[in-house]
Design a protein around this ligand. Structure first.
Ligand code: FAD
Length: 356
């Protein structure tokens, strides 16, 4: 087999990409996964909410996923895909180190980037003392003194959400959030403390978050800080193939639109996981990978069946015969006339008979 030609190349070897690769390899497809090794949840200690894998280290989950792909004959390469283009074969993907691979179908599972607010000390705590998703981290920080950093219109919602996990919630408006009257009522009714003023720094001692300090001076003790990030699909390769990203309806970022099975608006190009669903958790991304892998296999089967018919019957295939007879006979084709022409011919014949 040509080691640079595959049925499917998958760009991105996170939960979505590896699940799709396993599905395709088990369908006896030649599949290559290219992965640059920066999954979104890399800073986290464990994956939560994944049935049967709860708390597993994110790297360990992916190591097991890779070995499953390999066990069914799939290939996984470390590297970064820097460009992709359409070719007569399908697509060509080029890596940063100039390696090139061809694929009949392309699946992009590159995930998303969490854009963090530029506040001193915040990035260092990302995935540790600074969290974003209560379903990923809520249990671990339940009952603690939790701050919510105002980053946009969804911050009030985030404060009310984390209130489910702790009675001690402080929303820092950060000169960014202006709650509506209705939101003020909800925050008061749920005993959420609200603090005005811009946040200058996130503070830590020995790598453990201790609180934050406002630009005007006062510091606040906290055990965890929730931050809504701007979630930007890692979509550069898709955009270069003509698949545009869209603003997410929530306003929380940008995503790639697909149909329910992962097909983008560009033929032969698919997407799954966080790149097309910014709300997807690990198990959701994995499930989307499985579904999109099956959809790509169906697409290949459709193409192969069509080619097989052409190969088997050649010019005598039903579709070829119909096309030829249409050209040669037009509306006189036996048994293939459309209803309108039949009706027209019938009218003419009757009229001719009447005038005769
Ligand atoms: C701090 C944190 C903690 C989280 N904790 C949890 C949790 O406990 N439970 C949970 O369910 N979810 C959690 N999540 C969400 C989780 O990270 C995502 O749901 C999941 O990573 C989505 O999987 P994915 O395969 O779509 O993308 P990713 O896991 O991000 O994988 C994308 C892969 O594509 C690769 N890639 C990108 N561009 C290229 C390129 N050009 N060429 C080659 N490779 C490329 C990247 O290196 C990466 O490996 C957490 C997120 C964060 C930020």
């Amino acid at each position: 087999m040509d080691s640079t030609r595959y049925d499917v190349v998958i760009i991105g070897g996170g939960a979505a990409g590896l699940s799709a690769a396993t599905t395709l390899a088990r369908a006896l497809r030649s599949v290559l996964v290219i992965d640059s090794g920066t999954p979104r949840n890399a800073p986290a200690a464990g994956v939560h909410g994944y049935l049967s894998r709860d708390g597993m280290n994110p790297r360990e989950l992916l190591t097991i996923g890779r070995s499953e792909v390999l066990s069914y004959g799939g290939t996984v390469l470390d590297g970064e895909a820097v460009s992709a283009r359409r070719t007569p074969y399908g697509f060509e993907v080029v890596l940063g180190d100039t390696r090139r691979f061809s694929a009949r179908r392309l699946l992009v599972t590159t995930g998303l980037t969490d854009e963090l607010p530029p506040i001193d000390g915040l990035r260092e705590q990302w995935g540790k003392g600074v969290v974003h998703c209560p379903y990923c981290h809520g249990w671990e920080i339940r009952g603690q003194r939790i701050g919510v950093l105002g980053t946009g219109p969804l911050s009030v919602h985030q404060a009310l959400l984390f209130r489910q996990w702790s009675r001690d919630i402080t929303l820092f408006l950060n000169d960014t959030v202006e709650p509506t009257i209705e939101e003020w009522d909800k925050l008061a009714a749920r005993s959420v403390t609200v603090v005005d003023g811009a946040v200058a720094s996130v503070d830590a001692v020995d790598g453990v978050l201790t609180g934050l300090t406002l630009r005007q001076g006062p510091s606040f003790d906290l055990q965890a800080l929730a931050v809504g990030t701007r979630m930007e699909a890692r979509s550069a390769l898709l955009e270069s193939l003509g698949v545009s990203s869209q603003v997410h309806p929530s306003g929380a970022g940008r995503f790639i639109e697909t149909d329910a099975m992962g097909a983008t608006a560009v033929r032969g190009v698919y997407a799954a996981g966080n790149v097309s669903n910014i709300m997807a958790q690990v198990i959701t991304a994995a499930a989307e990978g499985v579904m999109t892998g099956a959809r790509i296999n169906a697409d290949l089967i459709e193409e192969e069946s069509r080619r097989a018919v052409e190969g088997h019957f050649g010019p005598f295939a039903a579709a070829s015969e119909a096309a030829v007879s249409k050209i040669v006979l037009g509306h006189r084709r036996h048994g293939l006339d459309d209803l309108q022409k039949t009706a027209d011919m019938g009218t003419t014949t009757t009229a001719q008979r009447e005038s005769a």
